[in-house]
Design a protein around this ligand. Structure first.
Ligand SMILES: *[C@@H]1O[C@H](CO)[C@@H](O)[C@H](O)[C@H]1NC(C)=O
Ligand SMILES: *[C@@H]1O[C@H](CO)[C@@H](O)[C@H](O)[C@H]1NC(C)=O
Ligand SMILES: *[C@@H]1O[C@H](CO)[C@@H](O)[C@H](O)[C@H]1NC(C)=O
Ligand SMILES: *[C@@H]1O[C@H](CO)[C@@H](O)[C@H](O)[C@H]1NC(C)=O
Ligand SMILES: *[C@@H]1O[C@H](CO)[C@@H](O)[C@H](O)[C@H]1NC(C)=O
Length: 480
């Protein structure tokens, strides 16, 4: 033993003996393992044979039917001063956010693009910022330890110039904040806007965490209360952002099973919405963020358009058959082609309501004119495009990036699609966004469906004095 201290010789020997004993142990274990591994398929095969022989095939597995008393409410923000002369109104996004904050008992997860809830953030002195400021103070209260609610915020990594004060206030109060560097991960941004409360209630829609989204920008969203099946699924999309928000994380080549979903366009979740039997699923973009089973947002859009029998109504802020931000320029016509296809092949009526404001890219107009020119009453081609302008008085004109229709939804004669993305290629290929697709075609209810309510919103806007048709003579500089 004394030589062991002075020379390495015996120690090496000791190690080699130990090693060989370990090797033997390993070999033994490996043999045992292979025997078991070989047994498993044999067992499985016998079980499968037994099952097909003995059991009737279930119509669907138990887990894809939801029995929660889900209640969906369509929400809007109508900019100050807009008057529609219409009975179609919906509860406000502001009120729904307050309700959700009031409901929260254990957790609130928010996926967000940026935060400007106060006048200070936008360097303004607007009385209408008070709603946003109230939301921030309520969220600050909720973030404190005493509330017993864990608040997690995933936000797109702010650029130097972007205000970060709201995030800092919430983080100092106790909220857990992660900044997701989508620019580095997918050359996009985190553009998603949704809330998940107590893994039970959700909000999803076009509104950013911005005071202007409550009073000066036209927005559309939905809140679903008491719906843990849908909330758990949206929670999985949140968890992916949360994971990527940790410093140094890369997008996994294959997302672990905990992120995967059973619910998608081919196998949607069956659930009651306001007591009406419905199906729904959540789509996500970009493809790199879609775990197994998740429908890509673009595929959701293409399949919803394809499924339409009579009409497709689309209300989005931006519509471009291009990769808006790519250099060199790239044409990208997946959605555009699908619209032209259903209009031509199946005579589906297509209506696009697009926004026009100071920041509209002029190149959007010729593309819209092109689509609008595909109209021929004799040939039964029925495609129309209108531009929606939110007027502004001199005071409102002073508010930066406001007074615009920021809606991002689609309604067909079959389904409602409520999304968070601008409609150009980049948003589906690089940018994180998500959408809720609700299908109540088999509903037997006399109550209005989500689809009918969303159709009423579209028709109200389309027929209003704020919309004007795009044709060959449309002068962008006069309309916008
Ligand atoms: C969506 O489009 C609008 C108008 O071009 C733009 O202001 C906004 O930043 C876009 N969203 C993203 C994530 O780029
Ligand atoms: C959720 O359901 C419970 C039980 O039916 C009900 O008391 C509660 O008001 C519902 N919550 C919301 C936000 O609708
Ligand atoms: C809506 O549901 C019906 C059956 O209930 C189905 O045939 C149709 O494809 C669904 N539509 C979409 C867009 O998911
Ligand atoms: C669901 O019920 C709520 C009231 O509880 C109502 O505000 C909402 O419009 C209903 N939604 C649908 C789609 O019928
Ligand atoms: C509402 O009605 C008034 C009076 O008929 C009209 O001047 C105005 O343009 C209408 N507004 C909209 C948005 O249709």
């Amino acid at each position: 033993m004394s030589t062991r201290m002075s020379s390495d010789g015996p120690y090496e020997k000791l190690v080699s003996v130990k090693m060989s004993r370990e090797e033997m142990e390993q070999r033994y274990q490996a043999q045992k393992y292979y025997r078991i591994v070989l047994l498993i398929p044999t067992l499985l095969l016998s079980l499968m044979v037994l099952q097909t022989l003995l059991l009737p095939r279930p119509l669907h597995t138990h887990s894809d039917v939801c029995t929660d008393p889900c209640r969906l409410v369509l929400l809007e923000s109508i900019p100050e001063g807009l008057d529609f002369n219409s009975s179609t109104t919906n509860p406000s996004i502001y009120q729904a956010w307050l309700n959700l904050i009031g409901e929260a008992q254990s957790s609130l997860d928010i996926a967000s693009f940026y935060w400007t809830l106060t006048n200070k953030d936008t360097h303004t002195h607007e009385p209408t910022a008070d709603l946003g400021e109230h939301i921030l103070s309520e969220l600050t209260r909720l973030s404190k330890k005493e509330s017993g609610v864990s608040v997690r915020i995933a936000v797109s990594l702010p650029q130097e110039s972007q205000p970060q004060e709201d995030i800092n206030i919430l983080s100092n109060a106790g909220a857990d904040v992660r900044k997701v560097n989508m620019r580095e991960l997918t050359s996009g941004v985190l553009h998603t806007k949704f809330w998940v409360v107590d893994k039970k209630h959700i909000y999803i829609g076009s509104a950013n965490m911005d005071w202007r989204s409550l009073t000066q920008v036209k927005e559309l969203g939905a809140v679903v209360y008491n719906c843990s099946c849908l909330a758990e699924d949206l929670g999985k999309i949140f968890e992916a952002y949360w994971y990527l928000g940790e410093p140094g994380k890369r997008i996994p080549s294959h997302w672990p099973a905990s992120y995967s979903t059973l619910f998608n366009k081919d196998a949607p979740l069956q659930l009651p919405l306001n007591g009406t039997s419905s199906t729904a699923y959540l789509s996500s973009s970009p493809p790199a963020l879609c775990a197994d089973g998740r429908t890509q947002d673009l595929n959701a859009i293409l399949s919803v358009i394809d499924d339409a029998q009579r009409f497709v109504y689309i209300s989005v802020m931006n519509y471009l058959p291009t990769m808006e931000f790519s250099q060199p320029k790239r044409y990208w016509a997946e959605i555009d082609t699908q619209l032209r296809r259903v209009a031509y092949e199946r005579r589906v009526r297509v209506r696009l309501l697009i926004s026009c404001w100071g920041s509209t890219q002029p190149v959007m107009i010729p593309f819209l004119r092109s689509l609008a020119s595909l109209s021929d009453p004799k040939g039964k081609l029925d495609v129309q495009v209108k531009l929606f302008v939110v007027p502004a008085n001199p005071r409102q004109k002073e508010i930066p990036y406001a007074r615009v229709n920021h809606n991002k939804y689609m309604v067909t004669d079959k389904v409602a699609y409520i999304g968070t993305s601008n409609w150009s290629g980049d948003y589906f290929m690089h940018t994180a966004g998500s959408a809720l697709v609700v299908n109540q075609t088999s509903a037997q209810s006399t109550d209005p469906t989500v689809q009918e309510q969303l159709q009423a919103v579209f028709e109200r806007d389309w027929d209003s004095a704020y919309s004007s048709p795009v044709n060959q003579h449309t002068d962008f500089n006069i309309v916008c």
